[in-house]
Design a protein around this ligand. Structure first.
Ligand code: SAM
Length: 306
């Protein structure tokens, strides 16, 4: 049975461009940043988005409350009514090559109070954004269940501003083990360079949730593992571009951006946010380049620096 991907026209076109040494029209020529800038604010997400310049954001990482009642900030009567305040601003603030990655879960919601399903429906039908992938974040631990299959995943819905969205697959490829590489190398249809670079990680990401005593933990109840955030940052943004996280929680996105050489604007409405962020900054290891943290500055001042 032949691999059907060889008959996929987009796949064949990418292979042809590679053979001819040409780039896809979505390619971005970026230069290595000498310094990156980071702004952290305590702000309401919708207010922050309204203040951002048009086309300024390469990647928006959005991990809003899931509406599960796990904290005071996680309870909504009209979830989509609240969410559309910030969702509506996304098409304006994203660059033409830009993307939004929205975290959520829809498996918990018997009461139909609003969740990622409504967010995806809104983005698809009420905005020009296009769904590229639904990533399944899979982990091995969680609550037990007797009346349904125990939940072991959350979702990350990847929407792009246009069909020219930036995607750096090479930055997130996973190496083949030696035996698999030898076996695949015998298949003449497979591209040798890509085999050496590694495989596409696929859209099911096995990344364990942070354990209670994980060294990454800074005290936020729903902190995401940096491995998840860094895969998004490396694949959907490029060095020197701007990553936005308006539900920054523990501040992990700021740390990843410093380490990966992206600029960042991160904010959260929780008064504990500055304390969490301080702990994240203490964990920064090997920043890609020197960085400047702009404290107590407004959005317009930040954009004069970047
Ligand atoms: C799911 S958590 C984000 C966790 C974060 N991604 C991390 O890995 O640490 C959602 C966050 O949204 C914040 N939040 C809730 N409503 C908000 C609003 N209207 N504007 C900004 N932040 C809000 C909460 O304080 C909470 O920290």
């Amino acid at each position: 049975m032949p691999n059907r991907s060889h008959f996929n026209s987009a796949h064949r076109m990418m292979n042809r461009l590679r053979r001819e040494g040409r780039s896809h029209s979505s390619a971005v020529r970026w230069t290595e940043p000498r310094v990156t800038y980071h702004l952290a604010l305590r702000s309401d997400a919708a207010e922050l988005l309204r203040a951002l310049p048009t086309g300024s954001v390469q990647l928006a990482i959005l991990d809003p409350p899931y509406n599960l009642d796990i904290a005071v900030w996680d309870r909504f009567g009209d979830y989509i009514g609240w969410a559309k305040e910030w969702l509506s601003e996304l098409p304006r603030v994203l660059s033409d090559r830009g993307s939004a990655a929205v975290f959520g879960g829809f498996q918990f919601q018997a009461e139909k109070r609003g969740d990622l399903l409504e967010i995806m429906h809104f983005l698809r039908h009420k905005t020009p954004l296009r769904l590229v992938n639904l990533v399944v974040w899979n982990y091995s631990t969680g609550m037990g269940a007797h009346r349904f299959f125990a939940n072991r995943h959350e979702e990350i819905a990847w929407f792009a501003r246009t069909d020219k969205y930036f995607f750096d697959l090479d930055a997130v490829r996973q190496k083949f083990d030696k035996r698999t590489l030898q076996r695949y190398s015998r298949d003449k249809r497979l591209n040798r360079d890509n085999l050496l670079k590694g495989k596409n990680p696929g859209n099911v990401w096995r990344v364990e949730r942070l354990s209670a005593n994980s060294s990454e933990r800074v005290g936020h109840p729903t902190q995401k593992p940096s491995e998840l955030v860094s895969r998004l940052v490396r694949a959907l943004s490029y060095p020197g571009s701007l990553v936005l996280d308006p539900f920054a929680g523990s501040g992990v996105t700021a740390r990843v951006c410093i380490e990966e050489g992206r600029n960042s604007v991160v904010s959260d409405s929780d008064p504990r946010f500055p304390a969490y962020l301080k702990k994240q900054l203490a964990m920064v290891k090997e920043p890609r380049c020197p960085f400047v943290f702009l404290k107590d500055r407004g959005v317009s001042e930040f954009f004069k620096s970047v």
